[in-house]
Write a protein that binds this ligand. Structure first.
Ligand code: SF4
Ligand code: SF4
Ligand code: SF4
Length: 197
């Protein structure tokens, strides 16, 4: 679907513009924009396949910044994607209910959950972006979203720093999950019986 006819760009210029657009996004990786994360949404915007007002966590300010960068009309966030004025929340694990299944660990895009199989898990509040992606995999519903106990960053520099940290943690998480998958495949292959003599 083309929502905006973008200018023709070389592959290098396109990647550079995607980097700039991605830098404006909150790096929550929550998927409310209907894409699998911030960078896929950035890519779709640059290619003219998505509008600039689909990111509720970014709010109206981010939509305006995206419009300015991409030379498109300014629009408020489309609330069908979510509430841009929703209060910032972080995940909280009711540790007395946690069964240590570890299903929430791979779901957290920024590795903000501390735990291991058969041990109680807990959320590192300062790293939690409030994406809510850990909630569906929990089989005992012991994760709740609560208002953050620590004050959220207010200055532009601190917001940017937090966003960049979330992006780095997400990249590290994605690489670790890919490594774990490759390792599982290697172990499975090693267990398969070889050809009979
Ligand atoms: S933070 Fe915004 S751009 Fe990133 S995944 Fe969520 S809705 Fe999409
Ligand atoms: S702890 Fe849950 S809400 Fe917080 S960043 Fe991780 S997945 Fe998202
Ligand atoms: S998914 Fe729920 S029960 Fe399982 S480890 Fe995480 S918080 Fe505990």
């Amino acid at each position: 679907m083309i929502v905006h006819r973008p200018p023709q760009l070389t592959s290098t210029d396109e990647q550079a513009l995607i980097d700039q657009v991605d830098a404006l996004l909150p790096q929550t990786q929550c998927g409310q924009c209907t894409y699998t994360g911030c960078r896929p949404y950035a890519t779709a915007m640059v290619r003219g396949e998505a509008d600039i007002n689909q990111c509720p966590p970014g709010g109206h300010g981010t939509a305006a910044d995206l419009a300015a960068l991409l030379g498109r009309p300014v629009k408020p966030v489309d609330t069908t994607f979510g509430d841009p004025l929703a209060p910032a929340l972080v995940a909280y694990i009711h540790e007395e209910l946690c069964i240590g299944c570890a299903r929430c660990l791979p779901a957290c895009p920024v590795d903000a959950i501390l735990g291991a199989a058969r041990y109680t898990h807990t959320v590192i509040e300062s790293d939690c972006t409030g994406c809510k992606l850990c909630i569906p995999p929990c089989p005992v519903d012991c994760i709740e979203m609560r208002p953050a106990q620590q004050p959220l960053p207010q200055s532009e520099a601190t917001i940017l720093e937090r966003r960049n940290l979330a992006r780095r943690r997400f990249i590290a998480h994605t690489l670790r999950i890919a490594d774990d998958k490759a390792e599982r495949q290697r172990k499975l292959q090693a267990r398969r019986p070889g050809p009979r003599p």
